[in-house]
Write a protein that binds this ligand. Structure first.
Ligand code: UPG
Length: 397
């Protein structure tokens, strides 16, 4: 297939581009390189030394003989450029990662909230709008998030996107209907992914676009089979308080002797997936497109759930790292259970890479190798969810 990967320079986008290129597809990365600009804005850098996108694709070509094409396009702002590109290339499938993906970054200030909403919602809408206008029947696979469901304290299992409900009619009969699971975003970033869901519902219904939405858990790990092939194919690795995600942060903190930064009691339970499984899931989703005219296909892209404090204790036992119990900068349930249905990917052949399989050590090794690049002052998470929380965090020593 000819596949366009929107946001193919990012943490999941880059290994996905390599994985699909390796599988024989013609890959076109479309990216505005915003993640690199945000690093500059925040004054941080990936733990791993990343080359330019052009250099990365050159190395891939030298290693494998396969070409990955790069096009500098901003989906949210360059509608006409995007539309012209789609009209010329007419890809068979489009993978959409081109959104600002960090919850803490989205909550930093009013400007960051505006940026995240404008960027994410416009990127998604521009893409679908152009597909309809061009009569482009490409399968769109979007990277969504488990965060659309919210993390309530109710222990009922979360279905794959749709909740079967019985609705009582005026005649007193009960009719069964599948409704989109109620959206319950925990940040401005997560809110944009909830808005994406509605945009997908409309375009699937109105224009029969074929859309798959992947509700992904927190990704951990850094290498995939392809990024391991050459030093310069290395994936990015975020450790800072805005972009670093919890498990990878704990692993790098352990590697540099920084106390593990648990927010609150660490009673938050979250869904997780290894980066290698993440790219496999995208390939599986691409191979199983919904039929034209059917509803949006939704998968829960996660393999296991863990409580934050259990992860901290496990990594502490493994490495001897101390644990720091910090005031929580976020507004979220202090304790929650989480049970998630993920049978659809398992039935399609996903074999989960679990925490037990020794790959935690690999991340610590990568972190130790590049520990000299870490700026310890950028480790704390300082982005607060409300002005009240910001005041209380600053008061706390
Ligand atoms: N947390 C800590 N200590 C830390 C960092 C986070 O206790 O140093 C907690 C945090 O308060 C939250 C949980 O860990 O309860 C998860 O936080 P994080 O790992 O930052 O995940 P999310 O904010 O949920 O977002 C990540 C990705 C996002 C993706 C989502 C999938 O950034 O793009 O949609 O995971 O669930």
């Amino acid at each position: 297939m000819k596949i366009a990967i929107m946001g193919g320079d990012g943490f999941v986008g880059w290994p996905t581009a390599l994985h699909l290129s390796n599988a024989g597809h013609e890959i076109h990365i479309i990216d505005n390189l915003s993640r690199r600009w945000i690093d500059t804005e925040l004054g941080v850098q990936s733990l791993t030394p990343m080359d330019s996108i052009q250099e990365r694709t050159r190395i891939w070509h030298a290693e494998t003989g396969r070409k990955i094409h790069f096009h500098l396009i901003d989906l949210a702002r360059d509608y006409d450029v995007l539309k012209n590109w789609l009209a010329e290339e007419r890809p068979d499938a489009i993978v959409h990662f081109a959104e600002q993906r960090a919850a803490p970054y989205s909550m930093k200030s009013d400007r960051h909230k505006n940026y995240t909403v404008n960027n994410n919602v416009n990127a998604t809408h521009n893409l679908l709008n152009a597909m309809v206008e061009l009569g482009l029947d490409a399968h769109l696979v979007h990277l969504g998030t488990m965060g659309v469901y919210g993390y309530s304290t109710v222990g009922a299992a979360i279905p794959e996107g749709y909740l079967p409900v019985g609705i009582e009619t005026m005649d007193g009969e009960t009719v069964q209907q599948d409704i989109l699971y109620p959206a319950n975003p925990g940040s401005i970033y997560h809110m944009t992914k909830c808005l994406d869901q509605l945009i997908f519902q409309f375009y699937a219904k109105n224009d029969a676009l074929r859309i798959t939405d992947l509700h992904q858990g927190i990704v951990w790990g850094t290498h995939t089979d392809q990024t391991r092939r050459h030093d310069q194919l290395v994936n990015r690795f975020d450790y800072d308080g805005d972009y670093g995600t919890v498990l990878n942060r704990f692993l790098i903190q352990a590697a540099i002797g920084y106390p593990l930064t648990v927010h609150g009691t660490g009673g938050q339970t979250r869904a997780f997936i290894h980066i290698q499984d993440s790219v496999r899931c995208i390939e599986i989703a691409l191979s199983n497109p919904p039929a034209r005219g059917s509803k949006v296909e939704i998968f829960n892209q996660m393999t296991e759930t863990h409580r934050v404090r259990d992860l901290a204790r496990m990594i502490s036992a493994m490495t001897g790292a101390e644990i720091a119990w910090l005031p929580n900068p976020r507004k979220e349930a202090a304790e929650n259970d989480l049970v998630v249905h993920n049978e659809k990917f398992l039935e399609l052949g996903l074999e989960p890479t679990t925490l037990k399989q020794g790959l935690l050590g690999e991340v610590v090794d990568v972190a130790k190798k590049f520990a000299y690049r870490v700026d310890r002052s950028r480790v704390p998470a300082v982005s607060a969810w409300t002005k009240d929380i910001a005041t209380s965090i600053n008061r706390d020593p």
